[in-house]
Design a protein around this ligand. Structure first.
Ligand SMILES: Cc1cc2nc3c(=O)[nH]c(=O)nc-3n(C[C@H](O)[C@H](O)[C@H](O)COP(=O)(O)OP(=O)(O)OC[C@H]3O[C@@H](n4cnc5c(N)ncnc54)[C@H](O)[C@@H]3O)c2cc1C
Length: 387
């Protein structure tokens, strides 16, 4: 009997374990997670769960009995401390050693932190602590206008707090979306009463608030830090696996060691569509990448080439984003941006490289097909309401 060991019991790890079983493997599957909870999904932690709109039980990837029922040896509260690639084994924080035939690294990412009392959001405990603090807070400062910063700002407004967002880039979401759509999100938050300050960073976080890089001091009883995440590559790097901005893999999600695979936030994988390696820190990449790695571990031919996909919900805006804006030279719109009901297309040399549907549904596969096809489009036709 073979042994599959999965390090990291997040979404990618849990979905990989499920796929190993669904694909008919009756081998040993060991899923090791540093957190005390069984695998859960993170998107609700900054949205409905943070806002108290959904129950705790709903965040989990599988029911509590699923792991035992499916013969998956889930070991929570246990950290892998070392990979022994030559011996095909991992070392654990309780001093034990677990051999494997194939290993999947799905260790995810951890939030970038700033010195001082600012709260970060990654785990269910973080979300619960934040929810409790929001209930008692009057003035909140959110450092960083990325996805998590904006979603927590919306939750803070829902909780009745005064909210200021501080962001050094010229607009929110400047890097993933560019200035055009970044302004749409700035407008959304301003209309909902948030003081959005761009072009200025946090120089210091103290018990009483934030000193900005401009020297100005803002007071707050709660500071939230949402300045991105770092992939958990330490184990892989220490073991001598090739690491770039994540653990490097080929399109089959195989690392530089033939029996070791990586998936989810931690993997920087060759993407056949883009012809280069990319690292994607999104839910759908964990959901689909974990199963792809599992199939690859089982010896199936895998070429993981999903178009990157992301979604968010903030106030009355729900949206889905597909693709990668890198190198775009134009953004065109179908529908109404002021009414927040539109599709934005990012074009590069007349080809669609990314698309975002805002309060418009059932268009993701059409957008992704356009991105995949690489065909030159007529912007007038693309944005016509008669399509
Ligand atoms: C608050 C929040 C909201 C989000 N919202 C969205 C959203 O709306 N849309 C979207 O597309 N994406 C969203 N994301 C991103 C999405 O949740 C991640 O892309 C996804 O969780 C990645 O899954 P993963 O399994 O790769 O990693 P993780 O979920 O990070 O899981 C990795 C697990 O590995 C464990 N681990 C790490 N090192 C070790 C070790 N040495 N030994 C054992 N275990 C270890 C970690 O403790 C962790 O539990 C959000 C993320 C956060 C934090």
């Amino acid at each position: 009997m073979a042994t599959y060991v999965i390090v990291g019991a997040g979404l990618a790890g849990a979905k990989a374990a499920q796929t190993l079983r669904e694909e008919g493997s009756d081998d040993e599957i060991v899923l090791i997670g540093a957190e005390s909870e069984r695998p859960y999904e993170r998107p609700p932690l900054s949205k409905e769960y943070l806002q108290g709109k959904s129950e705790r039980e709903k965040i989990f990837v599988h029911g509590a009995g699923w792991y035992a029922d499916n013969g998956v040896d889930l070991r929570t509260g246990l950290r892998v401390t070392r990979l022994e690639l030559d011996q095909h084994a991992v070392r654990l924080s309780d001093g034990s050693r677990q051999p494997y035939h194939k290993l999947l690294i799905a260790t995810g990412a951890r939030p970038r932190r700033l010195p001082g009392p600012g709260l970060c959001l990654r785990t269910v405990e973080d979300s619960e602590a934040l929810k409790a603090r929001l209930a008692g807070a009057e003035r909140v400062i959110v450092v960083g206008a990325g996805w998590i910063g904006l979603e927590t700002a919306a939750a803070a407004r829902k909780a009745g707090c005064e909210v200021t967002i501080v962001e050094p880039d010229p607009t929110p979401l400047y890097r993933p979306l560019g200035p055009e759509l970044g302004e749409v999100f700035a407008g959304l938050h301003r209309r909902n009463g948030v003081d959005v300050r761009t072009g200025t960073g946090a120089a210091e976080i103290t018990e009483t608030g934030v000193r900005l890089s401009s020297g100005e001091r803002l007071t707050a009883d709660l500071v939230i830090v949402g300045i991105g995440a770092e992939p958990e590559v330490g184990l892989a790097r220490d073991a001598g696996l090739e690491v770039g901005s994540g653990i490097l893999t080929d399109a089959a999600l195989r690392t530089s060691h033939p029996d070791v695979f990586a998936a989810g936030d931690v993997a920087e994988s060759f993407h056949p569509l883009y012809g280069r390696r990319i690292r994607v820190e999104h839910w759908a990449n964990a959901l689909n990448g974990g199963p792809a790695a599992a199939r690859s571990m089982l010896g199936q031919e895998v070429s993981y080439d999903r178009v990157p996909y992301f979604y968010t919900d903030q106030y009355d805006l729900g949206m889905e984003f597909s693709g990668d804006i890198q190198g775009y030279d134009e953004v065109v719109y179908r529908g109404s941006v002021p009414d927040l009901e539109f599709v934005a297309y990012w074009l590069r040399e007349g080809k669609v490289v990314a698309g975002m549907n805002v309060n418009v549904w059932d268009v993701v596969s059409e957008i992704q097909q356009l991105i995949r096809s690489g065909v030159t489009v007529d912007p007038k036709e693309l944005t016509s309401d008669r399509r």
